[in-house]
Design a protein around this ligand. Structure first.
Ligand code: NAD
Length: 700
């Protein structure tokens, strides 16, 4: 029939099987083959009904997004026409859902007149997660089958539902234990024998009539906090409202228009890019798949402070036994008590059951000294940020650990190559840079030392997955990748405040762009002292540069942020929500005067552009230095570690969108003002000159 469509006739039933592994995605070839198969069945008088199913373990997991933006060949019908052709067929069409039916797959299934499903499958409309809406009738047919509220949940939320739920909602007609295709053939024979017009989804009106319109506004209010700046969720709601208001054919037209607009939008491009970036990040070019990772059956953590405790929880949450150690019994008891309190908090919020908590705590043991490290497959050091202390600990651990075990450091700033050099296992030394709170944050920067073996790298990359983290491989260098960008951009933010902006203006601009908070609110949350101390540590590294002075002043005043009730903002009565503080405004005005700066107004656009420009130029330096494998890895780091809004892709993608020639011009102008913090990166200059994009960058 075609490479991707199998066709057979069983009795009087035409069985069409989509065979486009691995996901049976609706590609141009599938759309064409499917259309031809349906036409063939329609034309053949011996065929009384059709069954559509998927080959292998999937029904259809969606449309082939890699073909988005590519021109549809002339001989390939639009998916909507294929789908509408199926619904319009006078011969009954039965979908046999043998596996996942997502996106276009569910839309295809809903255009069939009946749906039978294996009990293990799931169905869903995840388009919203890629920045667009279902575009082949999903928003119009799903409410007709499942009702408005369930359709809103599925289309706006994007999460799939299980077969049983689909049955209860009316999306599926029957669950079939055993051979779903065989039963679908039987079912098709039954409906064909009964005669009469097939049951077309588009003609159903029961579940969309008399809907209380207030439901839609209520839904808009409900999603508002989590949908800042997003277009697709609101369009999903509007389309379900259209389904409940306009005739079916008109609804399809409206859906089509909205789909095309969103599909071609920058937001959807950014979200598609991030979808691929998240998959790409696990690949390390010189560590191919055949490098076997070591099995990590047990772990040890040295230091039970803020990070050590959280890291131990990560292992316990993943079912890996972990031993924690600290300098004294008191320190260890305090660390373990915090871990317990943390779990208790989750139980009281209903996120964990008591039994789960007990099981996880049962996997965490504590002892002073290094006995617990002796048998561990990996030991992660998370003690104070002090090179001499870490070197001593590394040498001591190296002496007691199994020779094949990995020794990792959670350091944020120190040269891990130096730590590797004090051991007899430099090939097994790496960085595992967790983000705070370690048990919550998804990002894990795995730091490659000069001496780490491929097996060690494969192991920590694999371990990231086991721990439920997004592992990104980075190189040794100041701040690795994530904090390097933050460090530079936060200085630019402070310079803007010295020159005329206010912290709450800067924060609001970045919040409105989609960040969970701006750099000043972040500093208050993490502690102004952390930023102060890290900059002190960098004075030698970046000599002779203009340094922002306000963080130092805040530090000297003891305004350390949330923990002292005052920082850049004022936190009244232990509130975690800061308010602008006139004292800070006064301090800023005085500081500008001291610096001899005439304050000038900053527009929101200028603030945003400057901040993003600092991020992307620093990102380009990171690539120049070989600290990241790809530009998209930097974007993944900023998504998971710093809350960069997914709908803008990440600092590097955003710069590509703006155009690297424009970004370079701005960087050069900022270089004049801010010196080396904004020195244009070599990569930026070359790519701007060659008309390339950061996403074209390949390491090496
Ligand atoms: P912390 O001060 O909260 O905890 C450090 C712990 O190490 C303390 O419990 C201390 O008693 C223990 N310790 C000190 N000397 C020890 C020794 N000789 N043997 C055993 N334990 C010893 O510090 P933290 O914030 O958890 O930071 C730990 C490491 O993680 C540092 O390298 C830091 O740079 C890095 N880091 C911190 C963060 C963060 O946001 N806090 C984020 C990423 C990385």
């Amino acid at each position: 029939m075609s490479d991707v469509i199998d066709f057979e006739v069983r009795g009087a039933i035409g069985v069409i099987t989509i065979n486009n592994p691995p996901a049976n995605a609706l590609s141009f070839a599938v759309d064409k083959g499917l259309h031809e198969a349906v036409q063939r069945c329609t034309a053949d008088d011996a065929i009384k009904a059709m069954v559509i199913t998927g080959g292998g373990k999937m029904f259809v997991a969606g449309a082939d997004i890699s073909e988005f933006g590519k021109p549809r060949p002339d001989d390939v019908p639009e998916l909507n026409d294929v789908i509408e052709g199926i619904e319009a067929s006078d011969k009954p069409v039965v979908a046999a859902l043998n596996g996942l039916a997502l996106g276009g797959g569910l839309e295809l299934a809903m255009s069939c007149h009946y749906r039978l499903a294996a009990p293990t499958i799931q169905v869903g409309q995840p388009e919203v997660k890629l920045g667009f809406i279902p575009g082949a009738g999903g928003t119009q047919r799903l409410p007709r089958l499942a009702g408005v509220e369930a359709a809103l949940d599925m289309i706006v939320g994007g999460d799939p539902i299980k077969a049983q739920k689909a049955l209860e909602l009316g999306i599926v007609d029957e669950l079939v234990e055993g051979d779903v295709v065989a039963r679908a053939v039987e079912f098709a024979e039954e409906v064909a024998a009964k005669g009469g017009a097939p049951r077309r989804t588009g003609e159903q009106t029961d579940k969309i009539s008399g809907v209380d319109k207030s439901v839609f506004d209520a839904y808009r209010r409900k999603i508002a906090p989590k949908s800042r700046g997003l277009a697709a969720p609101y369009e999903c709601i509007r389309m379900v409202e259209v389904a409940a208001t306009l005739p079916f054919a008109q609804g399809l037209e409206e859906e089509r228009k909205a789909f095309v607009t969103l599909r071609d939008s920058d937001q959807a491009a950014a979200m598609r890019y991030m979808f691929f970036a998240e998959r790409e990040v696990a690949k390390v070019p010189d560590v191919p798949r055949d490098v076997q990772p070591m099995k990590i059956a047990s772990a040890a953590v040295v230091g039970s402070g803020t990070m050590g405790g959280g890291i131990a929880m990560c292992f316990a949450n993943a079912g890996v036994p972990v031993t924690v150690t600290d300098i004294s019994q008191e320190a260890l008891d305090a660390g373990l008590a915090k871990v317990k309190a943390n779990y208790e908090g989750s139980v009281s919020r209903g996120r964990l059951t008591q039994a789960q908590m007990d099981e996880r705590l049962g996997l965490i043991s504590g002892s002073v000294g290094y006995d617990g490290a002796k048998e561990a497959d990996i030991v992660i050091e998370a003690v104070f940020e002090d090179m001499d202390l870490k070197k001593k600990i590394f040498a001591d651990l190296d002496a007691v650990m199994k020779p094949e075990a990995i020794l990792a450091s959670n350091t944020s700033t120190l040269d891990i190559n130096e730590l590797a050099a004090v051991t007899k296992r430099p090939d097994k030394v790496v960085g595992t840079h967790f983000f705070s709170p370690a048990n919550v944050m998804k990002l894990l920067e795995n730091v490659r030392t000069e001496t780490a073996s491929k097996e060690t790298i494969a192991t920590v990359m694999q371990l990231s997955k086991v721990l439920g983290k997004v592992g990104v491989l980075v190189g040794v260098g100041d701040g690795f990748v994530g904090n390097r960008l933050l460090g530079f951009a936060s200085r630019i933010a402070e310079f803007m405040v010295e020159e005329g902006a206010l912290p709450w203006q800067v924060d609001k601009v970045l919040y409105d762009f989609g960040f969970p908070m701006g750099p000043f609110a972040v500093s208050d949350m993490a502690g102004v002292d952390i930023r102060y101390l890290s900059r002190q540590g960098q004075l030698k590294l970046y000599p002779g540069r203009r340094n922002p002075v306000l963080t130092d002043k805040l530090y000297e005043m003891g305004r350390l942020g949330q923990k002292t009730g005052k920082g850049w903002y004022l936190y009244k009565d232990g509130s975690r929500k800061g308010e602008p503080d006139p004292e800070i405004e006064k301090l800023i005005a005085e500081t500008s005067k001291e610096l001899g700066i005439d304050r000038r107004p900053f527009s929101d656009e200028e603030i945003l552009a400057n901040y993003l420009c600092a991020l992307s130029n620093t990102g380009a330096h990171v690539l120049d230095e070989g600290l990241a494998i790809r530009a998209s890895d930097i974007d993944v780091i900023w998504l998971y570690g710093y809350g960069f809004p997914r709908q803008h892709g990440g600092p590097m993608f955003h710069a590509d969108l703006v155009g690297l020639d424009k970004v370079l011009a701005k960087t050069e102008a900022m270089f004049q003002l801010y010196g080396d913090w904004m020195k244009p990166a070599g990569l930026l200059k070359t790519f701007a000159a060659e008309g390339k994009k950061f996403k074209d960058y390949k390491a090496g």
